[in-house]
Design a protein around this ligand. Structure first.
Ligand code: GLN
Length: 310
């Protein structure tokens, strides 16, 4: 080991990154956090403005007092079960960076399946009209606007705060001109725009938790996310019923309805779709856990649904 005259080892009383991480991990573990070490590392890399992989090369270096203080404060918040994504203020979705805010639904990785289902079916060279019902932080609307050159997106939410954040996320990716942000529940937000019968895609990750299950959700969700974004009636199906019922009024013939689902909802939701005279071509898409996570259906009328499936 080369000798250094100014020691890199901790000054008196100060800890190494490794020690700070260990202390934080133990605290988070005791608080019942699911991935204590990972969360501690994410928080520390945030405080030090370092990519996480660079922490490993520096584990023996001392943490300066100010950073340590900030780190401790963030770890305490996380131990109080504030979601990591609210503490650091952003989250990755479709390889993009979305800002998050307490009270606005945090984008989840499963929802990328909704975006991918649209991207696989959309024509890159043609204009594509998309409705995003319940846009939240704008993750679906913005990632579609970024990936589809001719997208015209209409994104609704009932929450002013969510719409503000969604607009901000759109601005960060320079697609605010391609998205209209509209306030209102379900289809009410889209009235009066002349979109009836013209929409290529209705995409939505609606609330789907049954009322009775709210209390049993993990504290990160129950105490910090918005029940409005998550809960939908006694059986969790209220939004689906309305979205499915209204879909064929808005979709063009051959247009797609793409919905994210909760576990076990694929069968009842396919049932609801097949009851609609003008909808068919139902496909379920599974997530990495083999759960049917997304349902795609098409509006008939002028197209033979079976053969028109992908
Ligand atoms: N569309 C947003 C998302 O998928 C918000 C969903 C919601 O609020 N239920 O993350």
């Amino acid at each position: 080991m080369p000798h250094r005259s100014t020691p890199l080892s901790p000054q008196k009383g100060s800890k190494s990154l490794q020690e700070a991480l260990l202390e934080a991990t133990q605290l988070l573990e005791k608080a019942g956090v699911d991935s204590p070490r990972l969360d501690a590392e994410v928080l520390l890399s945030e405080v030090l403005s370092l990519p996480r992989h660079q922490l490993y090369a520096r584990l023996n270096e001392p943490i300066d007092t100010a950073s340590h203080r900030t780190f401790r404060r963030l770890v305490k918040k996380r131990a109080a079960r504030v979601p990591l994504q609210y503490i650091i203020g952003h989250v990755e979705f479709m390889s993009m960076d979305f800002l998050t805010e307490e009270g606005v639904f945090i984008p989840r990785p499963e929802t990328e399946l909704v975006v991918e289902a649209v991207l696989q079916r959309a024509e890159l060279t043609q204009s594509t009209i998309i409705m995003d019902i319940g846009a939240g932080s704008g993750n679906i609307a913005v990632s579609l606007a970024v990936n589809l050159p001719h997208a015209e997106v209409y994104a609704s939410d009932t929450s002013k705060k969510a719409l503000r954040l969604a607009r901000f996320n759109a601005q960060r990716y320079l697609v605010e001109d391609k998205i209209s942000f509209l306030k209102g529940p379900l289809y009410a937000a889209f009235q009066g725009l002349g979109l009836e019968g013209r929409v290529d895609f209705i995409a939505s990750n609606p609330p789907y938790v049954p009322e009775g299950e709210w209390k049993g959700l993990q504290p990160e969700v129950r105490d910090h996310e918005s029940p409005e974004a998550l809960v939908a009636g006694k059986d969790g199906m209220d939004c689906y019923r309305d979205i499915i019922k209204g879909a064929s009024l808005w979709l063009r013939p051959g247009g797609w309805l793409v919905l994210e689902l909760g576990e076990g909802q694929a069968a009842p939701i396919s049932g609801l779709i097949l009851k609609e005279e003008n909808l068919g071509g139902v496909e379920a898409i599974k997530d990495l856990q083999d759960i049917e996570r997304v349902i795609v259906a098409r509006r008939g009328g002028g197209i033979r649904l079976r053969r028109a499936e992908r």
